[in-house]
Design a protein around this ligand. Structure first.
Ligand SMILES: Nc1ncnc2c1ncn2[C@@H]1O[C@H](COP(=O)(O)OP(=O)(O)OP(=O)(O)O)[C@@H](O)[C@H]1O
Length: 462
């Protein structure tokens, strides 16, 4: 994302010349001819640098006063001063009053670019830093090969370049934020910020201030998250948690890409792509009067639904491997193998906390594993809640205990019923894939299920 530089000069030729030089170098210049235009432009959107000619003719404030006013409003905004030839005293005074540096007229384009690069370096580093921080521990892929995940990946790739709004639904921990981040990374806005707004983590009174920023009577401003996302993507997490007043303001941002800061009058203009997510059913929230229907239609241009992990159990092995690789690297040990029984147990479990819970369990297992057991994750290293289904089948487990008092034929049936119930669940009810895995013909498995009274298991996905 190009850095925004505001050029303040009363001479049109100079403004245009400097703007041209900066534009050629990949900056995004804006211009102002006097102090009022400059202050308006800064209020409209905070630039990364102000390039200020100290000799401003026909302006309400002269250059040095304007410098003071800019510094009073926002002390961290860098200002590079342009001074006339032989006016070194004014230039020095400007630096004393907070200017980052000065350049004397007439100047070479090369020298100007050098000073601009130097004055914007902190901003560039800050952005790079924020970008890198955002990358650490973040997923750069939607791991999984289920039909659901493949479909979602294809949809995200198709809509990423368009700028369309996307509404992601699905229960907690299912990967909604991962999907939103990918959409941003695959879009032309990738180099600009990805800003997360989590209404659930703010008090309702703070939401508007955080989102839209603050402006006091004296014109002091603090940029909100929307302004920080300029040029990039704003991710509204748990959109149903937004208070109704904030919803009305968001609606206005979506219609004309502008808003006012809390306490302010002036319109702030931004260019952001809005991606939102909800784990609640928004139709219910609308019916209950807690969510604006008009906002719903604006946000829901492209709907993406992430199903719970229990409805796409084939994603469990690749996700487990993915997290095992990551946490082993963090612990600086080789990536462990995952024993078949461990995979079977993980696939049979229901995962109420979805992918987040799977990630935590893999992390915990690897962190807690004794040094001599790090080569392979075995089923007995998994936490008891995951193992409960398997434990019923294990020798000495509930199922095996209950069959010890019965004749072989009955015992075998009980075991088969339990075994098949777990295996079918593991393959999300898909009989063909279960049959392949357990080494039976599909039709034979069907017959078996009938005999055992397990006919309710349906052939999904066939
Ligand atoms: N398909 C996936 N590939 C890799 N990691 C994933 C995937 N889905 C989820 N995760 C991981 O699971 C965790 C939860 O994901 P995320 O925060 O995106 O969920 P969410 O749906 O936004 O949940 P919540 O609404 O609770 O915040 C994250 O650590 C994320 O890295």
């Amino acid at each position: 994302m190009a850095l925004d530089v505001l050029i303040v000069d009363d001479e049109k030729d100079i403004r245009e010349l400097v703007a041209g030089v900066l534009e050629d170098e990949g900056y995004a210049p804006r211009t102002a001819a006097n102090s009022d235009e400059a202050l308006n432009a800064i209020t409209e959107r905070r630039p990364s640098l102000v390039l200020l000619d100290v000799w401003l003719q026909g302006s309400r404030l002269d250059g040095l006063d304007l410098l003071d006013e800019i510094k009073r409003r926002d002390p961290s905004l860098p200002v590079l001063v342009i001074s006339g030839h032989g006016n070194i005293d004014t230039a020095v005074a400007a630096v004393r009053r907070g200017a980052a540096d000065f350049i004397e007229k007439p100047f070479e384009a090369e020298r100007l670019l050098l000073l601009v690069a130097r004055a914007t370096e902190t901003e560039r580093l800050r952005r790079e830093n924020a970008h890198l921080k955002a990358q650490i521990g973040q997923e750069d892929e939607l791991t999984g090969q289920s039909a659901a995940i493949n479909g979602i990946r294809a949809t995200l790739k198709r809509v990423a370049p368009t700028g369309s709004r996307v509404l992601i639904s699905g229960p907690a921990g299912v990967g909604k934020e991962v999907a939103a981040r990918l959409l941003h990374n695959w879009s032309p806005r990738a180099a600009a910020p990805f800003v997360v707004v989590s209404a659930a983590r703010m008090t309702p009174e703070r939401v508007e201030e955080e989102l839209f920023g603050l402006e006091d009577a004296a014109g002091m401003t603090r940029a909100g998250l929307l302004e920080q996302a300029h040029g990039g993507t704003l991710f509204l997490d748990e959109i149903a948690d937004m208070p109704l007043t904030a919803q009305a303001k968001i609606l206005r941002v979506l219609t004309d890409q502008s808003f006012t800061r809390v306490g302010g009058q002036r319109m702030v203009k931004v260019d952001v792509r809005v991606v939102s997510a909800s784990s609640r059913n928004l139709a219910d929230e609308i019916a209950a009067g807690r969510f604006r229907e008009d906002l719903y239609y604006r946000l829901n241009v492209v709907p993406v639904h992430l199903p719970p992990l229990s409805e796409r159990r084939e994603d469990i092995p690749p996700l487990t491997m993915h997290f095992a690789t990551r946490y082993a690297a963090e612990r600086r040990v080789p990536t462990p193998a995952i024993a078949n029984e461990a995979i079977a147990a993980l696939q049979a479990y229901d995962w109420p906390g979805n992918v987040r819970q799977l990630r935590n369990i893999v992390e915990r297992t690897i962190i807690m594993a004794p040094g001599d057991r790090l080569a392979t994750i075995d089923a007995d290293m998994l936490p008891p809640e995951v193992l409960s289904d398997q434990a019923r089948l294990a020798p000495g487990g509930e199922a095996s205990r209950s069959i010890m008092g019965t004749p072989l034929r009955e015992a075998r049936e009980t075991f088969e019923r339990e075994y098949l119930r777990v295996q079918i669940r593991r393959f999300s009810g898909n009989i063909s894939r279960t049959a392949t895995f357990i080494g039976m013909e599909r039709s034979a498995l069907h017959r078996k299920l009938k005999t055992l009274g397990l006919v309710e298991a349906r052939d999904e996905g066939e």
